[in-house]
Design a protein around this ligand. Structure first.
Ligand SMILES: Cc1ncc(COP(=O)(O)O)c(C=O)c1O
Length: 359
């Protein structure tokens, strides 16, 4: 089947572009000390995670316990959950998961460490933990230096938790357009992380892992002395937001839409709205291939409003238009499967196994 015969809305992967992106990132990390631990929150697919690991990734990163459960049950055996897992029910699930695979989790509070330790030691399981350090994003994380040292000492006194190292996500840098500016923000962030590492090591605490980075910073963070792994995720698909900043990876993800109405010369309506393609802040959605004169200017639940300028006025009801999405991760989470396309033909479909697994 040709991709234009697919029913819409359809989430599409260009397989060749996806594989080129995977290869390019793997080649970047090959000679480096830091290794790639790609973030699976982007694709939520064990099939893609396995491709990344086959290309050299040391394991994967997940945002949510539910994602990690899907990955482990599909054969991925080394997972970092780069988030705090809080609450009795979740920690029971975390401990169960750690019986099946190597699980590492981020922590940033004494209470959370105590709660994990209580359940894991009872079950005779040891869970690796990374202390999340706030490196300037001001989301989660203890402050650098002494607060991290105090938490590390606390972890070392507890059973069922094994101190592995530090995590510091420099998310405030990943979308900074100017490269020099981005680099100096990343360097400031990594200095906080490395000074914390030095402090701990001077106290005799081994810091085996330093985990950081995203698609916008992989080529700065990945080369920063002392970083051992990078959590880039979006590079496999890209989107309009990241494409402004990172040119070397290709757009491999699109949403195919049908024109369902052509109420006026300068307006057409497609069958893709917010339920299939979220719009975020100022991030645009782009027709692909670049069709000059078509611009999505609004999204409702099921409708996309497209402004049409002169050049493409021959587009009719029933025609198909492919869009590069504003944000790949949130778009993927809305779909059941990927339509995998090679040379414009449908090769196979891949279920998005961890779609909606946000607990
Ligand atoms: C903890 C963490 N690591 C890494 C990333 C990087 O992901 P991406 O490469 O998609 O920017 C994110 C993105 O939100 C994140 O929250």
């Amino acid at each position: 089947m040709n991709k234009l015969e697919l029913d819409t809305p359809a989430l599409i992967i260009d397989l060749d572009a996806l594989e080129r992106n995977i290869r390019k990132m793997a080649e970047f990390f090959e000679p480096l000390q830091a290794k790639l631990r790609p973030h699976a929150k982007t694709h939520k697919s064990p099939i893609i995670a396995k491709k990344q690991i086959d290309a050299g990734a040391i394991g994967i990163t997940c945002a949510k316990l539910g994602e990690a459960e899907v990955m482990v049950s599909n054969g991925i055996n080394d997972v970092l959950i780069a988030n705090q897992i809080v609450g009795k029910r979740k920690i029971e699930r975390l401990v169960n998961l750690a019986k099946k695979a190597k699980i590492t989790v981020a922590v940033d509070s004494f209470e959370n460490v105590d709660e994990i330790s209580k359940f894991s030691s009872k079950e005779g399981v040891s869970i690796g933990v990374l202390i999340e350090v706030n490196v300037g994003m001001n989301r989660c994380g203890v402050e650098h230096g002494l607060p991290a040292l105090k938490l590390a000492n606390h972890i070392l006194r507890k059973n069922g938790v094994e101190f592995k190292g530090l995590m510091g996500y420099e998310g405030h840098a990943v979308m900074v357009e100017n490269f020099q500016e981005r680099r100096s923000i990343v360097e400031r962030a990594m200095k906080l992380l490395m000074s914390t590492k030095d402090l701990l090591e001077n106290e005799g605490i081994k810091v085996e892992v330093v985990s950081a980075g995203g698609t916008g910073t992989y080529n700065i963070t990945g080369k920063y002395q002392g970083v051992t792994e990078v959590q880039a995720g979006s590079y496999i698909f890209m989107d309009t937001a990241y494409k402004r900043i990172i040119k070397e990876f290709e757009n491999s993800l699109t949403v195919l839409a049908s024109v369902i109405s052509r109420p006026k010369e300068d307006r057409l309506i497609v069958d893709v709205g917010l339920k299939a393609m979220p719009k975020e802040e100022q991030r645009g959605i782009m027709p692909e291939p670049k069709l000059e004169g078509l611009k999505i200017y609004a999204l409702a639940e099921e409708h996309g409003y497209v402004k049409v300028s002169k050049q493409v006025r021959d587009i009719k009801v029933g025609d198909k238009i492919e869009f590069i999405v504003a944000h790949c991760c949130t778009t993927v989470n809305l779909h059941d499967c990927y339509h995998v396309i090679k040379d414009d033909k449908l090769l196979e479909t891949w279920k998005i196994e961890a779609r909606g697994k946000f607990t």
